[in-house]
Design a protein around this ligand. Structure first.
Ligand SMILES: [Zn+2]
Length: 364
């Protein structure tokens, strides 16, 4: 097994195409063609984690957060980031980061928090837009069925719980090839009219190269007429944060104690408790102040997130409870989730959960 094989498994869980623009995901250090001796999963790649990888004979670290976030101009060992990268390279250890690709995945960071809190009816809090693409192509009617099927097999035509979705219109296509042409149907230099079908399918943007490769391989024409466009519709299966419901509503104090217990956090900073029971819970692992308005609009009684600033708490405005449970605490279950996921996909060697607590924040 090579590193790329592991990346492919992670990619099917959380395609990197859905990571946020500001992020730095993917293989940050190492060669994707190197064979894997062992995998260590961590939330942050610190020097102690690289040491742990060395001790466990792991040459791939799968890290939630990216150790290299901004550009690195020097590698002199002056900062912890530089020291980690140097140590990893010196010991031939690769580092892969999944970060916001997993934040945006439906089976990702926020789904884990919802499950931890026992929330039902989960849905994405801030669905991403611009992630769905549409292909329209024109094919001889007699080849339409075969091409459609090939596109479906490549992952096009999936709509929520439906597959093989397409729209088809029959019409006449015309073309006239020049002397260098080699038309599959008709003669060069002669205007040809062909009974064609216009096929429209949608697909997720990370499948674009696969869908187009399939189109070119399966379409009979020398020149394939096609259009790809980006649809602005939001994708209900990809995006930041989640919202769910407790089976039975809780009073605010009990709810916070429940969160504190289930999320294994020493302290929760929160806005004023409101005089109404809590049923709907919005969650956003990591820094989540940007989700306050979305949580309010979705009718959440509480937003469970991290890294809220003093002024953020004012925006609760007696309509929602804002709860800051700590950044590390909100994402802590992500690493065991990744270990479980990879262990199911890769059975020939152990996937190791890092024992290093990488939380830089301490409580008195
Ligand atoms: Zn984070």
């Amino acid at each position: 097994m090579i590193i790329q094989d592991v990346i492919n498994h992670l990619h099917s869980l959380a395609p990197l195409a859905y990571a946020e623009d500001f992020d730095n995901v993917g293989l940050l250090v190492g060669n994707k063609n190197q064979s894997v001796s062992g995998i260590l999963v961590t939330l942050d790649t610190l020097e102690a984690v690289v040491d742990e990888a060395i001790d466990n004979n792991c040459n791939l670290i799968v890290s939630f957060h990216p150790i290299i976030f901004k550009g690195l101009k020097k590698l002199t060992g002056k900062t912890y980031v530089e020291r980690v990268v140097i140590k990893a390279i010196q010991n031939n250890i690769a580092i892969f980061s999944i970060h916001t690709a997993l934040d945006n995945a439906i089976e990702g960071v926020n789904s884990i928090i919802c499950d931890q809190l026992g929330l039902k009816n989960k849905s994405i809090l801030i669905p991403q837009s611009g992630t769905i693409k549409k292909l329209q192509t024109y094919v001889p009617k007699t080849n339409a069925e075969e091409l459609r099927q090939a596109l479906f097999n490549a992952g096009a035509g999936m709509l929520g719980n439906y597959e093989s979705c397409s729209f088809n219109v029959d019409g006449e296509g015309t073309y006239l090839g020049n002397e260098d042409s080699n038309p599959t149907i008709g003669q060069k230099g002669e205007l040809h009219i062909e009974n064609e079908t216009a096929i429209s399918v949608t697909f997720k943007k990370h499948l674009e190269s696969k869908v187009l490769k399939t189109l070119f391989e399966s379409h009979p024409y020398e020149e394939v007429a096609y259009e790809v466009s980006t649809i602005e519709n939001t994708n209900q299966h990809i995006g930041m944060g989640m919202i769910g419901e407790f089976e039975n509503e809780m009073n605010p104090k009990d709810c916070l104690l429940h969160i504190k217990n289930k999320m294994n956090t020493e302290s929760i900073r929160h806005s004023s408790l409101l005089d109404k029971p809590i049923k709907k819970v919005a969650v956003l692992g990591g820094s989540g102040s940007f989700a306050i308005n979305a949580a309010k609009s979705a009718g959440a009684d509480i937003l469970v997130t991290a890294d809220l600033k003093y002024h953020d708490f004012f925006s609760a405005e007696n309509t929602i409870i804002l709860a800051d449970i700590g950044h590390y605490e909100s994402e802590q279950f992500t690493k065991s989730f990744l270990v479980d996921y990879l262990s199911k996909k890769i059975t020939n060697f152990a996937i190791i959960l890092s024992k290093t607590n990488t939380n830089p924040v301490k409580y008195l």
